[in-house]
Design a binder for this molecule. Structure first.
Ligand code: BES
Ligand code: MN
Ligand code: ZN
Length: 513
């Protein structure tokens, strides 16, 4: 059950002083009052929940929870989840509801069936609590053959109780589609690189056809002019693929939005090989592609009223006798030549060709690429924000707003002529590296040379993988970008509001034009 903090406890919390807060919990009148279904459950258990809250000093603070075992009335486990006070800022945000749903799922993992009471809250809150629960209970169990039964999660069904069933049922399919898209992305990103080769990843994209997405796989024979991408892949025994996924939910003939993802299924660095420590992390160097695929699944799953094309460049980056050498010059699909001075700066080579192709073929309204492009962006922004590089103020505002609305952090980074100069080559049109300082910007600057029209680049190297659990994400692949891209489409490329879809736009504050 979701428990609101009482007025008083929140005021004390506002004092930002731990002592005061703990004292506040003991003060008369600050204990959270159970209402609705929670009160009914409490009464059925003879007040066991109220007693447990007092014994645990539970105040209902957002993010807090209190587990009550066998309280009576035949209940196995009751979890009280604090959602703070709705007087704070005029209502719980949908993010708070997702966190609460996530906390519920985490606490109830060992129960086969559970119910989550959201009565007294709007239907959208019920849907987002369900979304949070689904996101948090994601698990990748494919390769576990001997997990002890007393440790395996058992939760099969979580029923969300709500006052307005019809409205909640209308809101749910969109939320569920997002959860499915995120799970699809996480599945791919988590797969080991021996399993998820470019060909296998492309094959898995075909599953989107069931959702009504048109999926085309470009084989190496169709990629002969893609010199930058082929340069990266030439050292690998696993051939590259490019996948084009079209969702036509918008008006016939309306120009699409393009999403482009870096899909390096394993990045050894190539001949400019990476150090051994941590190299295994580079299985998630296809997380940008994973996010694009997951977003396409989410958009199709909720029948978004927009035309969207997702393109992913899938390749391995391996050292071998056929691998690209530092010093090689390749000719990109655009015709521009690139001196490859570091084979580990491969993501930009892949994106150069896929971006060029996307713009050439689809003349998109705008293009957003996602890539685990640089370690430098992790130095800049840590694991809280992806770096946003953008050549269009309106688009930048929209991407930032989508990040805010979904809780997927985005921070704008600069582009500029002075950085572009750093990738001038003595013998080709450009080189693929430009020195350590401003490394993420240089990567973006390189990509910009293959861009026409409004474009945003998200460097997600610090966001694709989490080393600890958060409210709605178990540690591991985060599927960062799936929700942001979906929200971006919902807010800016769907004519009206799709039914049952929450908008992230704040009323009266339109971003960009
Ligand atoms: N895939 C890496 C970037 C990366 C690092 C992703 C850490 C996720 C976590 C990328 O291909 C790479 O190797 N970049 C180089 C660029 C450099 C050679 C200019 C880097 O960041 O060191
Ligand atoms: Mn690399
Ligand atoms: Zn890489």
């Amino acid at each position: 059950v979701l428990v609101r903090a009482p007025e008083k406890a929140v005021q004390e919390k506002g004092a930002q002083e731990k002592g005061a807060q703990e004292k506040g919990a003991q003060e008369k009148g600050t204990a959270p009052q159970l209402a609705g279904l929670a009160a009914a459950a409490d009464a059925a258990c003879g007040g066991a929940l109220t007693r447990a809250m007092a014994a645990a000093d539970f105040t209902g603070k957002a993010g807090s929870s209190c587990v009550v075992l066998a309280p009576g009335a035949g209940l196995r486990r009751v979890v009280l989840i604090g959602v703070g006070n709705r007087e704070q800022g005029g209502g719980h945000s949908l993010r708070d509801m997702e966190a609460a749903g996530g906390a519920a799922a985490a606490a109830l993992l060992r129960d086969e069936e559970a119910a989550l009471a959201t009565d007294g809250m709007p239907a959208s809150h019920a849907a987002h609590a369900g979304l949070g629960a689904m996101l948090r209970s994601y698990r990748f169990g494919l390769y576990r053959t001997k997990e002890p039964a007393d440790q395996a999660p058992r939760l099969k069904r979580l029923v969300v109780l709500t006052d307005d069933v019809a409205a909640a049922e209308a809101a749910w399919p969109a939320a569920r589609a997002i959860a499915h898209g995120a799970a699809l992305a996480r599945d791919m990103i988590t797969e080991p690189p021996n399993v998820l080769t470019p060909a296998v990843m492309a094959e898995r994209c075909l599953a989107l056809r069931e959702l009504g997405v048109e999926v085309e796989v470009l084989e190496p024979s169709a990629l002969q002019d893609w010199g930058a991408l082929m340069g990266v892949s030439q050292g690998s025994a696993n051939e590259p693929r490019v996948v084009v996924m079209q969702w036509r939910g918008g008006a016939e003939g309306e120009k699409p939005v393009c999403f482009v993802g870096k899909g390096v299924t394993f990045d050894t660095g190539g001949i400019s090989i990476k150090p051994a420590a941590g190299m295994g992390d580079m299985k998630y160097d296809m997380a940008g592609a994973g996010a694009v695929i997951g977003a396409m699944a989410a958009l199709a799953g909720r029948k978004a009223k927009a035309n969207v094309v997702g393109l992913v460049g899938l390749t391995e980056n391996m050292p071998s006798g056929t691998a690209m050498r530092p010093g090689d010059v390749v000719r990109s699909l655009s015709g521009q030549t690139i001196e490859v001075l570091n084979t580990d700066a491969e993501g930009r080579l892949v994106l150069a060709d896929v971006l060029w192709y996307a713009q050439d073929r689809f003349a998109p309204r705008c293009t957003i690429d996602l890539a685990t492009l640089t370690g430098a962006i992790i130095v800049s922004l840590g694991h809280e924000h992806a770096g946003l590089f953008c050549n269009d103020e309106a688009l930048a505002g929209q991407v930032l707003a989508a990040g805010k609305a979904t809780g997927e952090g985005v921070w704008r980074m600069p582009l500029g002529e002075a950085y572009d100069k750093l990738i001038r080559s003595d013998i080709a049109d450009m080189k693929n590296i430009g020195g350590r300082p401003g490394g993420a910007i240089i990567g973006a600057q390189f990509i910009q040379r293959f861009v026409r029209g409004p474009w945003a680049h998200l460097d997600i190297a610090g966001m694709a993988w989490a080393t600890k659990d958060t409210a709605t994400t178990p540690k591991g692949a985060t599927a960062y970008g799936v929700r942001l891209l979906d929200q971006f489409v919902a807010d800016h490329h769907e004519a009206g509001r799709a039914p049952g879809r929450e908008t992230g736009r704040e009323p009266g504050r339109e971003m960009g034009g």
